[in-house]
Each structure stands twice: as C-alpha cells, then as structure tokens.
Design a protein around this ligand. Structure first.
Ligand SMILES: NC(=O)c1ccc[n+]([C@@H]2O[C@H](COP(=O)([O-])OP(=O)(O)OC[C@H]3O[C@@H](n4cnc5c(N)ncnc54)[C@H](OP(=O)(O)O)[C@@H]3O)[C@@H](O)[C@H]2O)c1
Length: 342
C-alpha cells in the first residue's frame, strides 16, 4: 500500500525537513507533491535523490491526496486546513491554529498515541510547539513512575524555530558585526539576536507571560495530564538549530536521579547522555540532524521535596516539527485508522 502526500510549506524550514524525513524513513509514498505560495511556483526542492517542482496552494487539487503535511503558518492553516480536510485528506498541521481545539487531537506519538483515534471529527491532527514536544517525550516516562506535580522550565530556543527569515537574520547580523557598514537592524526579532539572548518569543499576554510560554503550559496539559502545573520562561538564543531546556520537576513521590536515568534510558524517543565530567552532556549542535530527545545533567534538586533537574535538547525542526508530523502519519497507517482518499 502506498500513499499520496502533499507537503504544504515545502520551501520552508519545516517543509524541507519533512521531505527529507519522508525519504529517509522510506515512508510508503506513491506520489509526493511540494506545495507553497504562488511566489515559489516552479521552485525546486529536494526529495531524496530527486527534486520536486513547487505547486501553488491556491490552485492545488487535493482530491486523491491521503496526507497533507502542513507547515505554512497559522493564518494559512486556519484558511486552508478545513477545506483540505473536507476533500477527504488528513491534515497534520505544524502551526498553533488547531492545537487547542477540543475536536483536534494534539499528538506526540511516544506520549499520547491513543488520543489520535478521534481525529476524524475534523480530519485535522495538530503537532505541538517544538519546545513542548521534546519536553513531554522526557516527562512522560517519569510521570508514569512518580506523578509530576509541577514543572519549572527555561528554554534556550534556536532561531530556526522562527522560520527561514530568522536564520538569515542571525547569519547576516553576525557577519555585520565584523564588516563596517553592513550592520543589520532587527527585523524578525524584537532586539539583535547575534551574540545576544532575547527573553521574548511570540507576543506578550495580559499576565506578563508570552504566548510561547502559555503554549508550553496548555499543550503539556492537553498531551500529558491537565493536573501538571507548568511555568515557563522562553528565551531565543543565537543558535541555528536545536532547542535546549533546563527543566526542574517536582514529583508526588520520591524518585532518585539514578532511577530517573534508568527509566529515561528505556523510554521511547529518549537518549540519555549523562556523564558527570567536562563535555559529558549534549549541546544543540550535536542534536542537530538527529531524531532523539537527548537528556543530560540528571540530578536531584534538594531544595524541594521529590525534585529532579534535567537538561533536555532536541532538533526543533525534526522532533519539534517534521519528524513528529511524519510519525503521526505512520501512526495512522500502522493502526489502520486512515480512510484511503478516493
Ligand atoms: N521551525 C520550527 O521549529 C517549528 C516547530 C514547530 C512548528 N513550526 C510551525 O511550522 C510552520 C512553518 O514554520 P517554518 O519554520 O517552516 O517557516 P518558514 O521557514 O518561514 O516557511 C514558511 C512556509 O510557508 C509557506 N507559505 C507562506 N505563506 C503561504 C501561503 N499563503 N500559501 C502557501 N504557502 C505559504 C512558505 O512558502 P513560500 O516560500 O512560497 O513563501 C514556506 O514554504 C509555522 O506555523 C511554525 O510555527 C515550526
């Protein structure tokens, strides 16, 4: 059995990664369509050893397409996903447009695969925010053992999480620091990102948190457990790919660092690299291009009852977006939940 797949947003950071992951994992594709805006009509994108010419979303016919892997932003998804879904194609969306809709499952396959069963209500499945995805992959097996009460997380998020324009801004601003007359003013980010850290991702909300921080709270509750309290500080750092997170967890029951390390070693999607010596941990540069969620610096936090501290790193374009989306499509196939498009 093979499937027809459309990748919408195929010229973007996530879309290109989706195409490469479909090819790497030998996803059972019959036909693959690269779709983007009219601006990219005819632009070539790589798919394994071949190239695909981009089509324009506004005139693309989704009849007969089984999966639409969508990464073209929230506004495009809000307008197009319901129309695409109505044509019988399952939309797996990377934007935040549908994540909080009660009729749309928000899925991380290692964490809440069973929740995908309700997808046919809208024929749309949401992919979580990149920072949430990697965090819940590590929290799930620990929660199953000792019940998490509260999580305090600080993120160190790479610029690729803000799209291709943001990567260009870091690159040109960094070069501009050394070439007189080529300084680059902030455009994508509210302040200079080169050699800097910006404690704002997405817009401010009334309570003083940013929307990115709110997403981590709401999505952790929807995916893992509504009783878990989360407080987040999300920070953009001058790293191209790979998000890092310093996570402090308070459990209902005691759990030692050693036991947590053993549990995480066995957990799906997790890879523990945790030697208490210089360099015995993972940095975003090493996680870039990889599928795993890496966990390092596992230690007991004695300032609270039953506390643990961890360092979690993953490739935001892969587990945080493209890989997770492809895994959701595989989940539908493996569980025989997909109605094949006419
Ligand atoms: N990057 C991450 O780590 C990450 C993680 C999770 C979720 N996401 C989400 O994934 C989505 C895409 O992110 P990205 O980083 O890939 O952004 P990006 O690099 O800026 O790419 C955006 C893509 O959307 C396409 N697009 C824009 N307007 C369109 C329109 N009117 N019709 C059709 N296609 C249109 C663009 O096509 P053109 O080239 O033709 O303009 C491009 O292919 C966003 O919603 C983002 O929040 C990203």
């Amino acid at each position: 059995m093979s499937y027809t797949v459309a990748v919408v947003g195929a010229t973007g950071n996530v879309g290109r990664e989706i195409l490469s992951i479909l090819s790497e994992r030998q996803f059972p594709v019959g036909e693959v369509h690269a779709v983007a805006s009219r601006r990219s009509l005819g632009t070539e994108v790589a798919f394994g050893e071949t190239t695909l010419k981009c089509k324009d979303l506004a005139s693309f016919d989704f009849a007969g397409v089984d999966f639409c892997l969508m990464s073209a932003g929230g506004a495009v998804s809000r307008e197009w996903s319901p129309k695409i879904a109505a044509s019988g194609c399952v939309v797996i969306d990377n934007s935040s447009a549908w994540r909080y809709d009660i009729d749309v499952p928000l899925i991380v396959p290692e964490v809440n695969a069973d929740a995908v069963a309700g997808y046919a209500k809208k024929n749309i499945i949401a992919n979580p925010n990149c920072s949430t995805a990697q965090m819940v992959v590590a929290l799930k097996p620990l929660h199953a053992r000792a019940i998490i009460k509260r999580v305090v997380v600080a993120t160190y998020q790479s610029v690729s999480g803000a799209g291709k324009a943001a990567m260009n801004e870091l690159w040109s601003q960094t070069k501009g620091k050394y070439v007189p007359g080529q300084e680059v003013e902030p455009a994508t980010f509210p302040k200079e990102i080169a050699f800097n850290c910006i404690p704002q991702i997405d817009v401010f909300m009334e309570d003083g948190y940013t929307r990115e921080e709110w997403k981590m709270v709401a999505e952790t509750k929807k995916i893992l457990d509504p009783r878990i309290k989360v407080t987040a500080t999300c920070v953009r750092v001058p790293v191209f790919v790979g998000h890092s997170e310093a996570v402090n967890i308070e459990f209902e029951e005691p759990i030692s660092a050693e036991e947590a390390r053993d549990i995480l070693r066995e957990a799906p999607g997790c890879l523990v690299i945790d030697k208490r010596e210089p360099g015995g941990y993972i940095t975003p540069m090493e996680a870039s291009g990889e599928d795993a969620t890496y966990i390092s610096r596992i230690r007991e936090d004695t300032t609270v009852e039953n506390g643990l501290a961890l360092w979690i790193v993953s490739d935001n374009l892969r587990k945080g977006a493209a890989l997770n989306a492809v895994q959701i499509a595989e989940l539908l196939i493996n569980r025989k939940l997909l109605k094949k498009a006419a």
